[in-house]
Design a protein around this ligand. Sequence first.
Ligand SMILES: Cc1ncc(COP(=O)(O)O)c(C=O)c1O
Length: 457
Amino acid sequence: MFYVQRGTKEWQDMDVAHHLHPFTDPQYFDTKKPLVITKAEGSHVWDSEGRKILDGMAGLWCVNVGYGRSELIEASDRQMRELAYYNTFFQTATPTQIELGHVLSGVTPEGLDHFFFANSGSEANDTVVRMVRHFWEVEGQPEKQAIIGRTLGYHGSTVAATSLGGMKPMHDLGKSLLPGFEHITHPHWYLNGEDLSREDYGLKAAQALEEKILELGADTVAAFIGEPIQGAGGVIDPPATYWPEIQRICRKYDILLVADEVICGFGRVGHWFASEAYGIEPDLMPMAKGLSSGYLPIAAVAYNDRVHATLRKGGVFSHGYTYSGHPVACAVALANIQLIKDDGLIDRVKTDIGPYFRAKMDAVLASHPLVGEVRGAGLLAGIQLVKNKETKELFPTEQAIATKCRDYCLEHGVIMRAVGQSMAASPPLIITKPEVDTLVEVAKVSLDLAAKDVGIL
Ligand SMILES: Cc1ncc(COP(=O)(O)O)c(C=O)c1O
């Protein structure tokens, strides 16, 4: 054992003494304790009290092939023994990194055959910012610098990724919104569509991009970035009309289109990448999470021939991370991609477990008095909570309705996530049908309990 086996209380006290948790109020631990997770297998994790919990979030939307897969463990072990580390700076390469670029080009959408490696989605998106601005400088249009994202967009937590995203509390923390970043509305028809049809609203929400481009001047705009389905913003799946219109506008004004596939990629929505499902043809496509199923940190930015040709003319690309193309992370990513293929996970999500999951959610949850909308695609789901189904009135923020539901879920042995006034689920792609049944039944129990708390049931 390479760490000391301690009791839950001791671990919790040590954690609170020494660790600042991401996205957590430190005062939370004045009255509550951290959950200590000690092991995992398949779709389940175990806490330090030995309690088995169904992981309805696949960690942080990432453990696509499930926990404990020996293929990934062996790939890491073998590569560590062979070559635990070497870098890719300057003119150096390693076999697993070379192979990963080759294999990725076989699964990414047509034309996206070039890759820059990073360690996280945030780093991939920082890379995107530098890449697209550099692109326009090399193209002789250095004034094309602005990047347009969306409200409730999430692209990571570094300063540049925070600026790409549209999360107000993140902008406020440390005054992190950099100049040159703009945001248009997120395309949530259920809450924002008013009396428009879903299709008409999709067009309207996309046309906000054209308005923003005209306001700023097309000759000042470098790129537009969006998640095909917004994850951390509440699993917002856009109307079918949205992305084609975004695509048209980007082409019309020669704005680079960036599809952030960090959550949606690697089978989450029943395709290698959600861009295929929505007909998006991105110029750049950051990916992370499902690339290694979270077993080791690795990310990449895929980009097309046009971007590649320009970068080739731009001299030294003065950007990189010590662990860009880390040989062990690349080995694990290769084993992970092979496993997704061998297990037929893309097709499973598209034709079997994805439709089952959605049908179950619709059947058990859609009619619940707290549920306004069940949305998503594949194994990615959002459950919109409302105070009044007729008027779509939301709960006051201080009632923290989604957090209540999330806490009840955990008490009943299932991890789901609270995002705004929605619940999110994003289980491993290997989840079984009985496990889906459990997830959805527990979600229902938690909704019932939360509804009682607020006097609705
Ligand atoms: C769409 C999207 N992009 C980027 C990121 C940032 O990735 P990371 O946390 O690996 O930096 C996330 C993380 O959730 C994400 O959902």
